[in-house]
Design a protein around this ligand. Structure first.
Ligand SMILES: Cc1cc2nc3c(=O)[nH]c(=O)nc-3n(C[C@H](O)[C@H](O)[C@H](O)COP(=O)(O)O)c2cc1C
Length: 333
């Protein structure tokens, strides 16, 4: 059995509208939400009901929490305990300055004892499946001792393994690893060899994440060694990626959906499932990746970026495809 497919948590992208769109093609095994600020959630921020909308398939949604404050994270987990979902995830991988500066995200990976104490406090407040998404670790760990045989940085792997064992002891039930360091952001390649090795060393499931470009890649990674394949940007560019992988797996021929129709459907879903204040930024964020499907993608991105509402965006996209009918043919990865 191959590993299940998972949508990665992505701020401004992993929301109900994207899940609805992916579901129209057949869906995937699990959907992580975009990170939800634990502090805002417990203090009742104005947009929390939108963040908590786990539709259309709450039983396959994992809420991801972010925060630097243990009490906030534990209280947020207690609140989420009342919602139907597949689990709660703690973000220990985000290296965006706005998050890391506060001590959240990747900064938890600076100190295994502190991270484990936080997780144990969260564990006490929820019965949901508890997971952690992380990276290979912070930029600075003890000097590297690269192994000639594996090509891996042994000191880094030891650091990661010790960190994850502490999380396991504290109650983590699964890990999703994006195998880059915090400082690497999206530079270098995602080093999947760490995923397999971590999975062999831990007793809880380990999913891998990073650089899945297309359906073939998804299937190759799902063949293992890993317990889940999580993809983020690849599923925004191609919301049909999971369906395509299943069709290829069954040896059938894949017909790529019409890219205009898919984009227009997404705009409708955004209008239905996102608050007015969020719609434009979410649409721009989506088209930042989705436009890679088009030969004139950068030009189209600029055109769409000039629009001030979803209706204008839909019209500009349709006009562009009418003018350049070749754009209906989705670019290969
Ligand atoms: C726009 C964007 C927003 C992201 N937001 C989050 C987030 O909220 N929580 C998180 O753990 N990771 C976040 N990530 C990281 C992704 O979950 C994932 O680890 C990363 O994109 C690598 O996977 P990919 O190559 O499949 O995109 C974000 C990535 C992107 C591109």
């Amino acid at each position: 059995m191959r590993a299940p497919f998972i949508l990665a948590p992505m701020a401004e992208l992993s929301h109900r509208a994207l899940r609805e769109l992916i579901e129209t093609f057949g869906g995937c095994g699990e959907y992580y939400t975009e990170m939800i600020s634990a502090g805002a959630l417990v203090s009742g921020g104005p947009f929390e009901s939108w963040y908590l909308d786990a539709g259309p398939c709450p039983d396959r949604v994992v809420y991801q929490l972010t925060g630097a404050n243990t009490e906030h994270l534990a209280a947020a987990a207690a609140l989420l305990d009342r919602y139907e979902c597949a689990g709660i995830d703690i973000n220990m991988g985000c290296s965006a300055p706005a998050i890391a500066r506060t001590g959240a995200g990747i900064r938890w990976m600076d100190d295994a004892e502190k991270a484990a104490a936080m997780l144990a406090a969260v564990r006490k407040r929820t019965k949901k499946r508890l997971s952690v998404k992380l990276r290979l670790g912070p930029e600075n760990i003890p000097p590297a001792s690269r192994s000639a045989a594996s090509g891996m940085d042994e000191a880094r792997f030891d650091y990661l393994l010790r960190f994850c064992r502490r999380l396991e002891d504290a109650g983590a039930e699964r890990i999703a690893l994006h195998p880059r360091t915090g400082g690497e952001k999206f530079k270098r390649r995602a080093r999947w060899e760490y995923v397999g090795r971590l999975r062999d060393a831990l007793s809880i499931p380990v999913a891998g994440n990073g650089d899945i470009a297309g359906a073939e890649d998804l299937l190759r990674r799902a063949a293992g060694p890993c317990d889940g394949v999580m993809t983020g940007r690849g599923a925004v560019r191609r919301p049909w990626i999971f369906a395509q992988a299943e069709v290829l797996e069954q040896g059938r021929t894949w017909e790529t959906p019409d890219p205009e129709e898919t984009a227009l459907r997404f705009l409708d879903l955004l209008a239905r499932y996102q608050p007015p204040e969020f719609r434009l930024s979410r649409a721009r964020r989506f088209f930042g990746y989705y436009c890679d499907n088009f030969i004139w993608g950068s030009y189209l991105k600029t055109l769409l970026g000039r629009e001030e509402d979803l209706i204008g965006m839909g019209r500009a996209l349709s006009a562009h495809i009418r003018e350049h009918p070749g754009e209906r043919q989705v670019r290969r990865t």
